[in-house]
Design a protein around this ligand. Sequence first.
Ligand code: NAD
Length: 420
Amino acid sequence: MKEELLKDPVFGMAAEQFDRVADFLELSQRVRERCKWPKRLITVSLPVTMDDGRTEVFFGYRVQHHLSRGPVKGGLRFHPKVNVGEVAALAMWMNWKCALMGLPYGGGKGGITCNPREMSMGEQERLTRRFAQEICPFIGPEIDVMAPDVGTTAQHMAWILDTYSTREGRFVPEIITGKPVELQGSEGRTQATGHGVAFLATRALNKLSVPVIGASAIVQGFGNVGSYAVETMSSYGMKVRGVSDVTGAVWNLEGLDALALRAYVAEHGGVKGFPGGEEIDPDEMLLQECDVLVPAALERVITAEIAPKLKCKVLAEGANGPTTPEADAIMEERGDIFLIPDVLCNAGGVTVSYFEWVQNLQRFSWTKQEVLSKLETKLNEAFENLLLFCGERKCDHRLGALATGVETVAKVKQTRGLFP
Ligand code: NAD
C-alpha cells in the first residue's frame, strides 16, 4: 500500500514535504513512521441510477489519517481526477492544518471520481446519498465529520445530514459542517475560507508595508474559496485585476466588480465572457504583476516552470497543495515572495467548521459577526506564531507551518504511546 500511495504525484508531494519536516524536527523513526501513514483508507463502490435509466458505478474514498487528537475533519471532493492517493495527501495536509490551528481534530478527506458539471442535480443527490449510506459505518460526530470541498456545496452536505439522520432516527446536525444555516449550519461558514485568505493577505501586506487600499490581486478559481477571497479583498479596497476558472479568465486593470462577477457566473456558469473585463489567457494571467496572487483552484499549479516568472509580492495559497516542492525551492532562493502556506492560508474553512460543530454540540448559535471575528483572532494568532517560529528556528514559512502541525501530532503520538 505504501508503494501504491507513493506512486501518486500528490501523495508523493505530501510525503516529500513530511519527510523534510521530519528531518528538520529530527523525529525518531518510531514517531515518524506513525505520523506519516494514514490510519484508514476506505473505498466504496456506488451504483447510481442515471437519468436515462442506466446504472453507473462510481468509486468513492474516505481517508482518515489519524484519530489521535480527536475525530477526523475534512472535505468531500467531487472531481473526475479524484483518486485514493490524492485523497490521502489531502487528509495528511488536514492533520497538520488542524494541529497548527489548535483544533481538536485529526485530518480526513473524501472524494468521489465523477464530473458534477455533467450530472443533473438528481444524479448528484442519488450519488451523494449512496456515498453517505456506504460510509455511515465509518463516520460519526466523534469519529469523522465531513465538509464541502471542490465540486460540493452546502446542498450536498444537507443530503448527507439527511441520510445519516434518517438512519439514526434523529436529527444529527453535528455529523457534518458547511451545511445550510436552516439546518443549523454556521453563519459565516460559506465565506469563511475565502474571508480567511483575504484577511491573511492583508496581514502579509502589512508586514511588507504595502498599503491594503489599492493593492492589486489576481485569483485563480472562482468557486467557494476564490469568489469569497475576491469579494472580501474588494471590500477592503483592493483591486482584483484578474480572475480565472475552468471556463477562462477575465482581466481589468482597474479592478473587477466582485458582485457583478458573482452574478454573471451564477447565470452563465463561468467567468468567460464577463462584460466587466477583457479576456486573458489563464496561464498568462498568473504571471502578471500584482501584490497578491491567490491560487484557489486545484493542486500543483505553481510549478518549477512558472515559479521564476511570478511577479507577485504575496502568494496566498487558497487551494490545497498549489505549489510543487520544486517551485517552493525556487521561491525560497528568490526570497522576494511572502508565502502564506495553504495549511494556514485556507484554514478559515476548517476553523469555522470547528465553530459549527461546537455550536451544534451545544445546540446554540453565534452571529456571523461573532464567527468572523473569532476566526480572525484565531488566524492572526496562528500567523504571528508562524512568523515567530520561522524567525526562531530559521526556516521558511512552508516548513514552519508544517513543522508546527507535525510537532503537535508527534508529541501526542509519543505521549499516548504505542499499543500494545
Ligand atoms: P469549488 O469547486 O467551489 O471551486 C473550484 C474553482 O476552481 C471553480 O471556479 C473551477 O472552475 C476552478 N477551476 C478548476 N480547474 C481550474 C483551472 N484549471 N484553472 C482555473 N480555475 C479552475 O472548490 P473550492 O471549495 O473553492 O476549493 C478550491 C480549493 O480550495 C481546493 O484546493 C480545496 O481543497 C481548497 N479548500 C477549500 C475549502 C472550502 O472551504 N471550500 C477549504 C480549504 C481549502
